[in-house]
Design a protein around this ligand. Structure first.
Ligand code: HEM
Length: 507
């Protein structure tokens, strides 16, 4: 009887702690690979959050991703734990090359319905597997946006920038990340939902305490994304993934309600617009299900405004924090970019001629890429990358920070050096090659490069270049000395820092 009881107890403990045991087995199994890195300490409750906490608040929370790439450049795969769940990170250029060859036949998009956007927008183009239906949906929406003819959006982008920047007061410190969010939100709303949409209207939002507040649509999105992240990080959801999967520990019922309300709000907004050029009108005039159209538009909405505004804040910070770069960029902008030019084509040509600005933006996307990871992927069967076996069903991400800080590929990866993108500069080559060997093309990947790469790259690059040129030709500014002196600062998505600047005068 006693034996039976003991066996039942052991069996029960194994069931309850199944995920913990599996995590320890994975750590043991992968410790034999010399090109796999795992944090030396492991907390099965917090996973890699324990590493983030241990490095302190003054370091950008994803600092550890860059640090390992600089100190252990031969690491091809890193395994991090989200609670007890292992995530396989593609860490080196060679691993990235092998990874791309396997997409989409043996690795494909993995949506996570329990987390962040996955919870908000199940079944959208960024969530579903690669298929002819996915491709047709993605191509159609991007064609309507005119993603390859983004020059036509120049007046709209400038109008939104001027509208928001008119509210800035001189000699006052303010959060430029938030201001750029407002600009990009306004641009994206007008392109997708209609130019006549009033972006300042207030909508009802339920807080996690159950209170009702009234906020603008932009605040609604930011708050919902923040609340979804908080809810998925809760210890009880990490401890009991089964209960959480069944929806029983979902602390934040308000999130579900807010998601439902958001759909209704957006549908009403879209239908109220008279703008026949909006992406919503174009798609619903010829297309199937309004819900599918809206779902894909929400994806483009979030993917479109959030990373671009973080990138803008980083670019302005990096330019000002590096005096040599600032002097060169200003000289080029002053001689090549005329703010008062009205012709769209002439404006585009002026931007194209700002080559050093182009390199500076590329370097900022390396140094502080808004996306620290790609979106999620899943192995469809057992695969091997750089000799490392990855099981079927594993969750995989490209770690963009790691690729951009690998010290085998980049000379002094911590330094901000736009010349890395000048083919005539020795910074264009690898550190050990004495100026003879170019970096791997997989070492730089801000928008990803495979079938699932970012379709908004051209529009994003235009937005970044245009707004930075316009800003620099109009404003003198300064950045917080405290922020300049912190070398562990980055302004990517989900960073704990926001960029603080002050306008010191107009030009
Ligand atoms: C600086 C700005 C931006 C950066 C750094 C960026 C970066 C990325 C990255 C890294 C991915 C994940 C690719 C992968 O999982 O392999 C992605 C996906 C995506 N991006 Fe962007 N993006 C930016 C701006 C935009 C803009 C302006 C739009 C739309 C107008 C956009 C639309 C999308 C969409 C729809 C996806 C999902 C693609 C799919 O799964 O098929 N992005 N982006």
């Amino acid at each position: 009887m006693e034996v039976l009881l003991s066996l039942t107890l052991i069996f029960g403990v194994c069931i309850v702690f199944k995920n913990w045991i599996a995590a320890f087995i994975i750590r043991w199994k992968y410790s034999k690979y010399s090109n796999v890195y795992m944090s030396p300490s492991f907390s099965p409750i917090q996973g890699e959050r324990a590493v983030i906490k241990a490095q302190g608040k003054q370091k950008y929370r994803f600092w550890h991703l860059m640090e390992v790439a600089m100190k252990k450049p031969d690491c091809d795969i890193r395994i991090v734990f989200s609670g007890t769940k292992p995530l396989f990170l593609i860490y080196s250029a060679q691993a990235c090359k092998e990874f791309f060859k396997l997409v989409p036949t043996r690795i494909d998009r993995h949506s996570n319905h329990l987390k962040h956007f996955g919870r908000m927008n199940k079944g959208a183009i960024d969530q579903i597997k690669s298929s002819p239906m996915w491709k047709s949906r993605r191509d159609k929406i991007m064609k309507v946006i005119g993603i390859n003819f983004s020059t036509k959006f120049i007046p709209l982008i400038l109008d939104s920038f001027h509208e928001i920047s008119a509210t800035w007061r001189e000699n006052q410190w303010f959060n430029i990340t938030n201001q750029m969010k407002k600009v990009m939100f306004s641009v994206t709303t007008k392109i997708l939902f209609g130019k006549d949409i009033p972006v300042e209207n207030a909508y009802t939002y339920i807080t996690s305490c159950g209170d009702t507040i009234h906020i603008t649509l932009e605040e609604y999105f930011s708050k919902l994304i923040e609340d979804l992240e908080k809810s998925s990080a809760l210890i009880k959801n990490r401890l009991c993934p089964y209960l959480s999967k069944a929806g029983l520990t979902t602390s934040n019922k308000a999130c579900e309600q807010n998601i439902e309300n958001l759909w209704e709000i957006l549908l009403k907004i879209c239908q109220s617009s008279e703008d026949q050029d909006s992406v919503f009108k174009h798609r619903t005039n010829v297309c199937y299900d309004k819900k599918i159209v809206l779902m894909d538009i929400i994806t483009v909405y979030i993917a479109g405004y959030d990373p671009t505004s973080h990138a803008l804040a980083s670019i302005l910070f990096n330019i000002k924090a590096n005096e040599r770069v600032f002097t060169k960029v200003m000289k080029e902008v002053k001689s090549n970019y005329d703010r008062n030019e009205k012709s769209i084509d002439a404006k585009r040509k002026m931007l194209d001629s700002c080559e050093y600005l182009d390199m500076t933006i590329k370097e900022s996307l390396r140094h502080s890429n808004p996306a620290f990871f790609s979106l999620g992927y899943k192995s469809l069967d057992e695969i091997s990358i750089c000799g490392v076996t990855i099981p079927k069903g594993a969750t995989i991400f490209q770690c963009l920070h790691a690729l951009h800080y690998n010290s085998n590929e980049w000379i002094n990866p911590m330094e901000f050096i736009p010349e890395r993108f000048d083919p005539d500069s020795h910074y264009f080559t690898t550190p050990s090659s004495n100026g003879t060997k170019q970096r791997s093309r997989y070492s730089y990947n801000p928008f990803s490069t495979n079938l699932r790469r970012c379709p908004g790259k051209n529009l994003a690059m235009l937005e970044l270049k245009l707004i930075v040129a316009e800003f620099l030709s109009k404003f003198n500014y300064t950045i917080s000395p405290e922020q300049i002196s912190n070398k562990y600062l980055r302004f990517s998505l989900r960073s704990q820092f926001s960029c603080i600047i002050s306008i010191t005068g107009t030009i």
